[in-house]
Design a protein around this ligand. Structure first.
Ligand SMILES: CSCCC(=O)C(=O)COP(=O)(O)O
Ligand SMILES: [Mg+2]
Length: 249
């Protein structure tokens, strides 16, 4: 495989819907976090890390909404927060403390082998090809940096973590804000036009493009369908192998 005529020095990949199926995140990871949140919070309740997460979670407007939605109060605070965590996961909210907590809960599942990170079968070969071509690979996901490392380290295709040079999560900013991509390029010490961002979400592609990055959309099985306008605005590929056969504008 050879790379198309692109000037990228870094390939920046999203996870859910790009390297990994949406169903793995929604049908395996999220249920695992929901099931184990109460136990995790109870065991770590007195640690500074958990105290900080709980304080941060309570700052969101959603916490007030959640409290108002309760029909009867919880006797124990860790159960109240576990209920709030479930409430947030069911709404797929990408709040930074929620994502931090999910990563901490998933760690045990990966450690015991109960969880194995899904990656599409073209991903390991593409990572190898890009690295052989001298490109760096970085990750930008709403999942915490710790969670990103776990999914690639314990992937169904083996340990892919050594292929990755940098990780970014919502601490850098939200994925549909172009400043986040400007900050990522600065942190990678490359011009944005030398970064190729691969994602399934058109709003993220627009934000990255507005920051000057090259952007390609993934249409993986199970991803949300793209509109005709999105398909005509962006290059769309069905997998990473297709990246090596397309001609970029
Ligand atoms: C890091 S694996 C878990 C993915 C996750 O929690 C998530 O919200 C996915 O968001 P993405 O930005 O990768 O689409
Ligand atoms: Mg995604």
């Amino acid at each position: 495989m050879s790379l198309p005529d692109l000037t990228a020095k870094v390939v920046l990949v999203d996870i859910e819907g790009t390297t990994t199926s949406i169903s793995f995140v929604h049908d395996v990871l999220f249920p695992y976090a929901k099931k184990n949140a109460g136990d995790y919070l109870q065991k770590t309740w007195r640690t500074d890390e958990t105290k900080q997460i709980v304080t941060d979670l309570q700052q969101y407007l959603e916490f007030t909404e959640y409290m108002e939605s309760l029909e009867s109060p919880y006797a124990e605070t860790h159960k109240l927060i576990a209920g709030f965590v479930e409430y947030l996961i069911e709404r797929d909210l990408k709040l930074t403390p929620l994502k931090t907590l999910q990563g901490l809960i998933w760690a045990k599942g990966y450690e015991t082998g109960e969880l194995k990170g899904h990656v599409y079968e073209d991903v390991p070969q593409a990572f190898q090809t890009w690295r052989n071509a001298g490109l760096q690979i970085a990750v930008y996901s709403s999942g915490s940096v710790a969670a990103q490392k776990l999914i690639f380290q314990h992937s169904i295709a083996g340990d892919l973590l050594p292929q990755l040079s940098a990780h970014f999560d919502t601490h850098v900013g939200h994925k549909q804000q172009s400043e986040s991509y400007t900050k990522i390029a600065l942190s990678l010490a490359v011009e944005p036009q030398h970064v190729l961002f691969l994602t399934d979400v058109p709003g993220e592609a627009v934000a990255a493009r507005d920051a000057g990055m090259l952007t390609i959309l993934l249409q993986r099985p199970g991803n949300a369908p793209l509109t005709e306008e999105q398909e005509s605005t962006f290059v769309v590929i069905k997998d990473f192998a297709a990246l090596h056969t397309i001609k970029l504008p």
